[in-house]
Design a protein around this ligand. Structure first.
Ligand code: BGC
Length: 753
């Protein structure tokens, strides 16, 4: 190269940072300029709006129109409200055509032509249904869950929707609570990872982009802490527990850019969430710098009167709006009661304007002012809905979500060439149950049942016999006999049992979390045949069924695995996929142990067989049936060589931790490598273990991988007595293993700076 050439190259190389600086500077400048322009437009709109029109933007209604051709529209009365500017958003209306028409009324027939936002509960899929969120969490595979949420957003946005009321990121430590099915389980770190993955998946490259949905972190906050596991019930927890256990997944959603939040139905220590300025102003806006919108839960503003913190609906509205709840879902209080309270000077117009500005800003961010129909496309709706790719992804997620609890004598995987298989149990042919709670527009007829999945899998010569044997929850035993007869004729028996999809989800708490009806009796009856037996469990929560856990040789937890449930389950049963899911929640031995969670405190008297006066039960071990993080594989993983980068670190340093994992069996498989820490002595008590990292890896037979993790300040920090987030010097333990109990451990020291 000539000197000249080299010089030119050098010049170019030197100029790159300058140009990129200028470019980036310009890009940033442009964004700021665009944002300022939006604020100016909002100023002008606000100046034009009547008080009623302003409050209309804060009013969200549920579509009440009849379903026509599979789409749900709005009523005549609701259309009139849209024309008068009294509605800012709808939930539950569906279908590209219908939504287009409703939007047309807003942007052509209302005075200010402000577009509407359309919301829907797209919780675990829209038409292609993925496993329930608890099942998705059992994959411990955030990249995969991000993809699943992306697919949900692509389908739902093509159908004209803009906003999903997901992810639900409530931590749940009580399996009686039916909504445990909707979240990621008991752990704040796993919950945070899933929360962020879902937000990224729904919101994609950015809210204005086609194929994206505005995500909503709900229910803020601590809804899962309901006393006695009864839905909507009182929550009374310390601020430390709130910040340590319940808030992290919400913060993770904010960090991932979530655009909206939903208030919760419950109170926390005397303050209903929907009236909590602590939550919505102090924590969310001031501490976390959240700039999006906040919606109440369904009629939660009105419910403030029932909580007894507001004497009238008007007072309830004032409390909620002042606390920072921008949008009133379904109470209609903001539009009916607030106008005169503002006129009487009981509520400042600034509070109203602040909320309206946020809503309008969101409409700009969603691109609705540029093109109110932009996400809505009936052709695209057809083209991108329930595609083969989407189904394939649902099958992968389904298979990865399954957790193998037991596999004695290596009954599983089954051969595809068995002569006869009996597929028994009330859920074997269920098409609706695998959709689980919040099925969006998923259709039962599109679901692959377990029976169908097994049929699809086995050789043509394999005979498959089926009988339900019993129903999910009746006491009718008349089907036992036939089922028993079929079992006797078979080489292996699959029994598909568990809960119906209605037994978990909202308002679906249970005081008995065993198998409903006579299902356990049915399993015992079939067990008498002595045939090799596999229980395939469908469940929206941990179930207590000690006899089954004790006596049935193989048990597979399948949650509600979605549209491709049957195929995904058959993939695992017949060994095309080796199970690698792990429990995102502890399975108790009995309800009496509840709440039971792995990250508990030590107490002053940790359970000991040597000492009577310790924290335990007279009639049960303290340990769970299956611990958090637990799940078997068809192969075997061996952990060794746990190493910490250095034994002494300063709190600001990061720490490398590595471990060798070997696939010591004869098949390829996935393992979720889990890392926990314990702060041994601190100024406030700390849990015995806290999950801090995990990675799902795939290993071929004989393959060894060294898995490395890096821990930093935030991983070691906790809220001290002054509620400051600090790391204190002292000894820590780090544990690594394939579940929260079977772990290797090392210690390290945090020293003063
Ligand atoms: C639920 C929310 C849901 C809302 C709208 C409420 O009953 O608690 O999770 O988003 O309804 O359907």
């Amino acid at each position: 190269m000539s000197v000249f050439g080299r010089n030119r190259l050098t010049t170019v190389v030197l100029l790159i940072p300058v140009f990129s600086f200028l470019f980036l500077g310009r890009a940033k400048g442009q964004t700021q300029w665009a944002e300022a322009l939006i604020e100016r437009k909002i100023d002008s709109l606000l100046a034009l709006m009547t008080l009623e029109e302003k409050l209309g933007q804060l009013n969200q209604l549920a579509a009440r129109g009849d379903w026509v051709a599979g789409e749900k529209g709005i009523t005549e009365e609701q259309k009139q409200m849209v024309r008068r500017g009294e509605v800012g958003s709808f939930l539950n209306a569906t279908g590209a055509k219908t939504l287009k028409e409703i939007q047309r009324i807003a942007v052509e027939e209302s005075r200010l032509k402000i577009p509407l936002i359309f919301a829907y509960d797209v919780i675990h899929g829209f038409r292609t249904i993925f496993p329930i969120p608890l099942g998705e969490a059992a994959t411990w595979n955030p990249e995969l869950i991000e993809k699943a949420s992306r697919v949900a957003a692509i389908e739902a946005s093509a159908a004209g929707l803009h906003w999903t009321f997901a992810p639900m990121v409530d931590i749940a430590r009580d399996p009686r609570w039916g909504r445990i099915a909707e979240g990621a389980g008991e752990d704040p770190y796993l919950g945070s990872t899933m929360s962020a993955a879902r937000v990224r998946g729904f919101q994609g490259e950015g809210l204005g982009k086609v194929g994206t949905l505005l995500a909503c972190a709900k229910h803020f906050a601590a809804y899962g802490g309901a006393e006695a596991g009864r839905d909507y019930n009182t929550v009374d927890i310390s601020e430390r527990t709130l910040r340590t256990i319940y808030l992290p997944p919400f913060k993770a959603a904010v960090d991932a850019g979530v655009g909206s939040f939903m208030s919760a139905f419950n109170e926390i220590a005397g303050m209903p969430s929907t009236a909590s300025a602590f939550l919505f102003t102090k924590v969310l806006r001031d501490e976390w710098k959240f700039t999006g919108i906040v919606v109440s839960d369904w009629t939660a503003v009105m419910e403030l009167t029932r909580h007894g913190v507001a004497a009238t609906q008007g007072e309830a509205g004032v409390l909620a709006l002042r606390a920072g709840v921008d949008i009133d879902m379904e109470s209609k209080i903001y539009v009916t009661d607030l106008p005169h309270l503002v006129r009487q000077g009981k509520l400042s117009i600034d509070v109203v304007d602040r909320a309206v500005r946020r809503v309008l800003r969101m409409k700009y961010r969603l691109g609705l002012f540029d093109d109110p129909y932009r996400f809505n496309d009936p052709d695209r709706e057809k083209a991108v809905t329930l595609t083969a790719d989407h189904r394939a992804l649902a099958r992968t997620v389904g298979a990865q979500s399954l957790v193998l609890l037991k596999n004695e004598n290596r009954i599983l995987p089954l051969s595809k060439n068995l002569k006869t298989i009996a597929v028994l149990g009330p859920l074997a042919t269920s098409k609706r149950d695998p959709i689980g709670s919040w099925g969006a527009v998923g259709r039962a007829e599109e679901v692959v049942t377990v029976l169908e999945g097994v049929r699809n899998k086995v050789a043509s010569g394999t005979k498959i016999l089926h009988a339900a044997g019993c129903s999910i929850d009746s006491l009718d035993r008349r089907g036992f006999e036939e089922a028993r007869r079929l079992a006797e004729q078979s080489d292996v028996v699959l029994i598909v049992i568990g809960e119906s999809h209605r037994m978990s989800g909202e308002a679906s708490s249970r005081t008995h979390i065993g198998l409903p009806g006579v299902q356990e009796e049915f399993v015992r009856e079939i067990a008498k045949t002595g045939k090799p037996m596999v229980v395939v469990l469908m469940n929206g929560r941990p179930l207590t069924m000690p006899w089954v856990y004790e006596n049935v040789p193989a048990i597979l937890v399948t949650w509600f695995a979605g549209t491709e449930a049957g195929n995904a389950i058959a993939d695992v049963l017949f060994g095309d996929v080796t199970p690698g899911g792990k429990l995102p929640v502890t399975f108790p031995r009995s309800l009496g142990q509840v709440p039971i969670y792995y990250n508990h405190k030590n107490t002053g008297r940790p359970a000991s067989d040597q000492d009577f006066f310790t924290s335990k039960y007279l009639d049960s071990p303290v340990t769970p049936q299956f611990p958090f993080g637990y799940g078997l594989s068809y192969t075997k993983f061996v952990y060794s060589d746990l190493k910490v980068g250095t034994e002494k670190i300063r709190s600001t340093d990061s720490l490398r931790v590595s471990v060798r994992v070997k696939n010591d069996g004869d098949g390829k498989g996935d393992e979720v490598v889990q890392l926990y820490i314990q702060d041994l002595v601190a100024s406030v008590t700390r849990p015995v273990k806290e999950l801090r990292r995990f990675r799902r890896i795939t290993l071929n037979p004989g393959e060894i991988k060294t898995v490395e993790f890096t821990l930093g300040y935030d991983d070691l920090a906790f809220y001290n007595q002054e509620m400051k987030f600090v790391v204190e010097p002292g000894t820590f333990k780090v544990f690594v293993g394939g579940n929260s109990v079977d772990v290797l451990e090392k210690t390290f020291e945090v020293v003063e700076r």
